[in-house]
Design a protein. Structure first.
Length: 101
């Protein structure tokens, strides 16, 4: 599900079953990311699938990238893998006004 910056931030803040996933490259992640995010690069292809497969699929996945395109694709993949609740950050970290590190 695509959520606006405000909806995504509010829902994430109030979700005690949230998992924050950054699907950008490790270099992008090192540069800046949302605190508490786990980085799994969607460009790893099958490696991305393997790493996601190790995660708790009962979590609610809050996914972001630079602009929202890679994370939208990642949400599709997660859903195909049986993860029911995925939330894509529209506009990505480029439009993020919340905390970063």
């Amino acid at each position: 599900m695509n959520l606006s910056q405000e909806e995504w931030a509010e829902q994430f803040k109030n979700d005690d079953n949230a998992f924050l996933l950054d699907v950008r490259t490790p270099e992008e992640f090192e540069d800046t990311h949302i605190p508490g995010a786990t980085n799994i690069d969607i460009y790893k292809g099958q490696g991305f699938i393997y790493e996601v497969d190790e995660l708790d699929k009962s979590k609610n996945f809050y996914v972001y990238c630079r602009s929202g395109a890679r994370s939208a694709k990642a949400c599709q993949i997660l859903e195909e893998m049986g993860i029911e609740n995925t939330y894509n950050l529209l506009g990505g970290i480029m439009e993020w006004e919340g905390e970063t590190e």
